[in-house]
Structure formats: C-alpha cells, structure tokens
Design a protein around this ligand. Structure first.
Ligand SMILES: [Fe+2]
Length: 418
C-alpha cells in the first residue's frame, strides 16, 4: 500500500470529495425517522433509505468488488435489493416495491455505508486510473441521488394530511418583486455543443459537435409563480388549443389544474405548507405544462443547444444550488445579469428530445447502462435546480424526464424565434 506522502494531489482531492459527498447524504436524512426513510410514495420515487443503500451498492460493486483484490461483499443479499436497473448485474427487487423493505433498517444501512466508506478510502491510493474514474462516477452518481432523495421525500411528505416539514425553516426570497422579463438575443449560426474538454462529464454529454442555431432569443429569467397564476386565471388549464394532444389527455385524465403541490395560494415545500411567492420561479411543472404555457405566452421552449450556447460563458457553480442539508425551494433573486438563474433554481425544460449525439457510443459493461438506454420518449432539461449539489453542473449537463413527470424541481424559460 502507498503511504500518505505518495498519494497524488488528485487522489487526495478525490478522497476529500468522496468523504464530503458521503457525509452530505447522511446529513440529508438527519431529521428523518426509520419510518420516514422507508416509505415509498409512488413507483417513480424511492425511499430515502433506498437511496442511501443504492449509492453504497454502486461503490461496493463497481469499485471495491471489481478493483480491490480480496474484497468480500458486506452482505451478499444486498445486490438484489439495491441494484437499480443494471441488467448486467443480474435480477433485482421490483422498483415499485422498494417501500416494502422495512429491513434492513436505517441503522443497518448506516453501518454498511461506514464499512464501504472505509474500504474505499483505504483502497484509493492504490487504485488504477480506471477505478479512480469509477470513484468519480460514484460521487457524481451519489450527487444525483441526493437531489432525488430530496424530491422523493418531499413527494412522500406531501401525501400526509399533517403536512410534515423535513426542516422547519422558512424559505425566503431575496426580493419581493420579480424583474420584468426581457428577451436576450442568442448567437445564431454554427455553435459547438457537448462536452469535449477535460474533467468529468456523463457519457450522454458527448461527443462535442456542431449544431446550427436559428435566430432566436431567450427569456432573461425563468417563468415566475406570479406569471403562472395569470396563466391559471386566464383559463390556461381549460383551453385545449394551448396543449399538445398528449398533454391535453394528461390534464384530463389526471385532473390537473395547477403545478404539483399547489393548493390555492399555498404550496407544499420541504418546510411544510408555505405561501406561494409570486416572484419565485414556478416549479413542479411537467413538459406538457411548460409547452402549454409557452403557447399561451406566444413563445416556445428553447432547444437544448440554444440553452447550452447561452450558458457556455456562465459559472455553473453560481446561483441557488444545494450546499448543505436544509430546506430548498426556488427563490427570487435580485441578480441583474442579462440571463438570470441559468444554473440552479429550477431545471428548465427544453423542447429537445433526449437522444444520442452524433457518434455517441455507450461504454462497455455495466456502466454503459448509465444513460444511453434511457434515450426514448424523454425530454432534456438544463441548468440544475436548488436541490442540485453545487459543483455537480456544467453547461453541457443533460437531465431527462418523461413529459408528464413533475416531482423534480422543474421549471421553464421561454424562447422565441427572431
Ligand atoms: Fe442510481
């Protein structure tokens, strides 16, 4: 084994980020009971305990089992329980039944996490580059699950008539009034898009390639709650001509008449029921709702490459993002940049289908199942949210959800043709 003095600064930095990421996941459940972290509110959402376990399975499987000679699995049965969707890794417990796993307990999972944490830290100095890449992937993966953990626990608590709060703190905006929305002209012509440089990116962000942008403009900020209230008051949810056919069918079938978690002038947050702030970005809207709002506003959704070209010069670590455990909810800011809240606050629906870029190849083996196999029927969202761990985002970052899904912190920025 290498001594500490032999460890490269890069490995040390990785070890520190590993430790900080693992700690934040536990911080996020610090106020929750074993019952809170075991229940599942819908098939799309997972129990918080499952997130804590699955992210641990990822490190134990792809780093320790595959790259640490002699490592013995903590519990042979856990792979069946906590493999999410990796066919290469064999059969697994059905996703809609994750909430039935009252055992192992939260304490059992904490002990497993500690065991794996020590094993990874011990192995790190001697890991080959390919395994260090998997540690990095495991950190990025856990950050994605931290955001899911927050949105899933919010969805769970919203089902409880008592309206429990994960954190009691009030969520305040910096300003009471939203700024007037302006149109910011984007660069037209050929734009290089996708990840091409050094540093981590998910496979679906590349290869870097050229895209042709038509003359267009982007809204200076996301659509606000106040503007959404105008859409509702104007009968937006009852006007079929504004909606895509699939969207109108969804509104009818589900009885949708407002963003998720809204009830009159209040909405449910991680701090329980709160007054809706008209100045804050609207959130928990589906692609269908975003598209209908854009039609009502005489605009359209941006393409993912219009968004990426505009974001290319901006700081992806800026804005309202997750720094520590605590209530998160998109808030208004007094930022006076041309393009405000591009990163953080709310994921912005684009009109772009989640499909591979020219030349995309999924990686061999299990990690090749990470993104590529989901490129069917989903739309791209850009920019991250208030629940995205700071440091996780890039201009090329592509999130993706089905058009009816809205339990994530999803919002919309308008675009228009020029
Ligand atoms: Fe996962």
């Amino acid at each position: 084994m290498a001594s500490q003095t032999d460890v490269s600064p890069i490995t040390n930095a990785l070890a520190q980020r590993f430790t900080a990421t693992r700690r934040l996941s536990l911080d996020l459940v610090a106020t929750l009971s074993d019952a809170d972290v075991s229940a599942q509110s819908m098939p799309d959402a997972s129990p918080a305990k499952w997130h804590l376990a699955h992210t641990t399975w990822f490190f134990e499987t792809f780093v320790l089992r595959d790259h640490m000679p002699g490592y013995r699995l903590f519990d042979d049965r856990y792979a069946y329980l906590f493999n999410s969707y990796y066919e290469t890794e064999g059969p697994r417990h059905a996703r809609p039944q994750r909430g039935l796993l009252t055992r192992p307990s939260l304490d059992d999972i904490r002990i497993w996490r500690a065991h794996v944490d020590i094993a990874v830290q011990t192995a790190l100095p001697d890991l080959p580059p390919a395994a260090l890449t998997l540690v990095e992937l495991g950190i990025q993966h856990e950050q994605q699950h931290q955001e899911l953990l927050l949105t899933d626990i919010k969805h769970l608590f919203a089902q409880n008539p008592l309206g429990p709060a994960v954190w009691q703190n009030e969520i305040a905006s910096e300003v009471a009034q939203f700024s007037a929305m302006k149109w910011i002209e984007g660069n037209a012509g050929i734009a290089a898009v996708g990840h091409g440089g050094d540093g981590f990116a998910f496979d679906c962000e590349g290869p870097r390639h050229d895209s042709l942008l038509a003359p267009h403009a982007l809204a200076s900020r996301p659509v606000s709650n106040g503007e959404w209230q105008q859409f509702i008051a104007d009968g937006g949810y009852h006007t079929p001509s504004l909606w895509l056919s699939d969207g109108w069918a969804w509104v009818q079938a589900e009885g949708i008449d407002a963003p998720a978690y809204w009830d009159g002038d209040r909405h449910f947050t991680l701090s329980g029921w709160q007054a809706i702030d008209p100045a804050a970005p609207v959130t928990h809207i589906s692609f269908f709702e975003a598209d209908a709002f854009a039609s009502w506003a005489g605009a359209r959704l941006p393409t993912e490459f219009e968004w990426e070209a505009a974001a290319a010069g901006l700081d992806p670590a800026a804005g309202q993002q997750l720094d520590a455990a605590g209530p998160v909810q998109p808030a208004a800011t007094d930022d006076d940049a041309d393009l405000q809240q591009m990163f953080g606050s709310v994921w912005e629906w684009t009109g772009s289908a989640y499909r591979p870029y020219p030349g995309f190849r999924a990686a061999p083996g299990a990690v090749g199942e990470y993104n590529g196999k989901f490129m069917s029927g989903q739309f791209v969202l850009r920019g991250g949210s208030c629940a995205t761990p700071r440091g996780h985002l890039r201009a090329s970052y592509r999130n993706f959800f089905y058009p009816h899904q809205r339990w994530q912190f999803t919002g919309v920025r308008l675009a228009k043709d020029l």
